[in-house]
Design a protein around this ligand. Structure first.
Ligand SMILES: Nc1ncnc2c1ncn2[C@@H]1O[C@H](COP(=O)(O)OP(=O)(O)O)[C@@H](O)[C@H]1O
Ligand SMILES: Cc1ncsc1CCOP(=O)(O)O
Ligand SMILES: [Mg+2]
Length: 277
């Protein structure tokens, strides 16, 4: 794919989301649920957060995309997550997976194994989580012993490229690996996106809300364009927010404002490189 064509698709994703206000259901963690919903609204989506299995299925029917984030699991999620993902697969609609905290506990491992066949349109995670998920799904470049530290990464984004490409080829979707420089791939091209701020590691939920925003764009764009649009929007808004606020609390508020104010052209113009793999 040509870079100019991908830029055009990224701009269209941002623009169409704002015009169509797609409903996106989320089953996400208790830590950052409010940040996820606010980021989805700032990007132009309509957010609805649920816990119960039938409610995830309702939102699968009613919405344009579904976001599943395993951050803080409860027993109910054992049923809600697979039922939500299966519904999206059967409906041929996109869903986004954030395997936060992969490796903590058997419920998480069991749910993630079950989700493999439901093929998320986008996997959004940090480098260690991407390597661990590819390992759990027995794909190239994966390692179940990846050094996830709770919910944080100890691996560099570059180290997850093979796992990300393998995951994208399995899902026939896209994978967004976050870090200081982000990597987005659909298994045929790899895009690297720059920007953001180290302060994004000092506020919980930046990764979670990035996944939620990727789901908003996935409702109106291809997985690759949606994953890159969300990544670029975060890098742009993060850098602009840091120019206004240099401590975590005010930075988070400034970030939401910048995400809301970023134009489609601004997001598509945020620097990225692209190469074939
Ligand atoms: N050191 C950094 N410099 C710039 N942006 C960063 C940095 N670390 C994380 N980010 C950004 O923060 C967001 C969340 O990424 P990350 O912290 O890797 O996710 P997670 O919270 O899931 O571990 C992404 O948009 C990423 O680009
Ligand atoms: C701290 C924490 N614990 C369980 S989920 C969660 C939030 C992680 O959010 P993010 O990966 O986006 O920083
Ligand atoms: Mg995370």
């Amino acid at each position: 794919m040509e870079k100019a064509e991908l830029e055009r698709q990224v701009a269209a994703a941002v623009d169409v989301a704002r015009r169509e206000v797609p409903l996106v259901g989320s089953v996400t963690n208790a830590v950052s649920v409010n940040f996820v919903a606010n980021a989805q609204l700032a990007a132009g989506g309509s957010a609805a957060m649920v816990y119960l299995p039938d409610e995830a299925e309702f939102l699968a029917q009613a919405g344009g995309a579904l976001y599943l984030n395993l951050g803080t699991l409860l027993p109910v999620h054992e049923e809600t997550m697979p039922r939500g993902a299966r519904a999206m697969r059967e409906l041929g609609k996109p869903w986004v997976l954030d395997p936060v905290g992969i490796g903590i506990g058997s419920l998480r491992t069991g749910i993630l194994k079950e989700l493999k066949v439901c093929k998320p349109a986008i996997v959004r995670a940090n480098a260690s989580e991407v390597i661990a998920l590819a390992g759990l799904w027995e794909l190239d470049g994966g390692d179940v012993r990846a050094r996830v530290r709770g919910v944080d990464s100890t691996d560099e984004v570059d180290a997850a490229e093979g796992a990300a490409v393998a995951l994208a080829r399995w899902t026939e979707g896209a994978v967004a690996v976050s870090g200081a420089v982000d990597l987005v791939t659909d298994g045929t091209v790899v895009a690297t996106s720059r920007g953001g701020s180290p302060l994004m590691e000092k506020v919980t939920g930046f990764g979670c809300s990035l996944g939620g925003v990727a789901a908003v764009y996935a409702a109106v764009a291809s997985p690759l364009a949606a994953a890159l649009a969300a990544t670029a929007a975060y890098n742009l808004a993060g850098a602009r927010a840091f120019a206004r606020a240099q401590a975590p609390g005010s930075f988070q508020a400034a970030f939401l404002d910048e995400l809301y104010e970023a134009s489609a052209a601004d997001v598509a113009g945020n620097p990225f490189d692209i190469r074939e793999v």
